[in-house]
Design a protein around this ligand. Structure first.
Ligand code: FE2
Ligand code: FE2
Ligand code: FE2
Length: 186
């Protein structure tokens, strides 16, 4: 297997940078939520941080045939604040990925016939949609000064980052078909 074509390569590197930063950012947001008493929002941030790490890992591994140093350009919302503001930053980041970044990256990878990269981008796109809506729900509660209700655990697919909430994981991941018994719980 050869390295992906340059345009796809650039998209993978940038997405790796973006996901790595999101991973760290959500862990910071989790600490802040914890300190403000929003235990469930903190749990959601920790779980989704893991999902972003899964995406970063997948993008990074798709570049396994390279042996280069590169500078990565990737955007991130800056300026952590209280949990309400952090959720706003998180929603903005997720929506950018869902509405602009990943649809374009999927298209680039598909046009270049880079199947592994296209799958890595598609898997992330599906998970980010869920992240955006979960953060939006959390924000409604936090704005009223309440923690969000979480029935059960937050479950993350360790293969594709699919995120669900419930007492048990899904039987099978609806995105990558991995058995739910492998899901990580938060
Ligand atoms: Fe992600
Ligand atoms: Fe996300
Ligand atoms: Fe999955």
């Amino acid at each position: 297997m050869s390295a992906p074509k340059p345009m796809t390569q650039e998209a993978l590197m940038s997405a790796f940078g973006g996901e790595s930063m999101a991973h760290t950012r959500y862990l910071v947001f989790a600490e802040i939520a914890e300190s403000e008493g929003f235990k469930n929002v903190a749990r959601l941030f920790k779980a989704i941080a893991f999902s972003e790490r899964v995406h970063a890992r997948n993008h990074y591994k798709t570049l396994e045939n390279l042996n280069v140093d590169a500078k990565v350009v990737a955007g991130a919302p800056f300026g952590p604040g209280n949990t309400s503001k952090n959720l706003e930053l998180a929603i903005r980041g997720e929506r950018f990925e869902v509405e602009e970044m990943y649809p374009v990256y999927v298209e680039i990878a598909e046009k270049q016939n880079e199947k592994a990269a296209a799958q890595s981008f598609r898997w992330a796109l599906e998970a980010e949609r869920i992240h955006a809506s979960l953060f939006a729900i959390a924000k409604e509660y936090v704005e009223r000064g309440e923690d969000m209700p979480l029935e059960g655990n937050v479950w993350i697919c360790p293969t594709c980052g699919y995120t669900s909430i419930g007492k048990t994981p899904p039987e099978k991941c609806p995105i990558c078909q991995l058995s739910g018994s492998y899901f990580a719980s938060f």
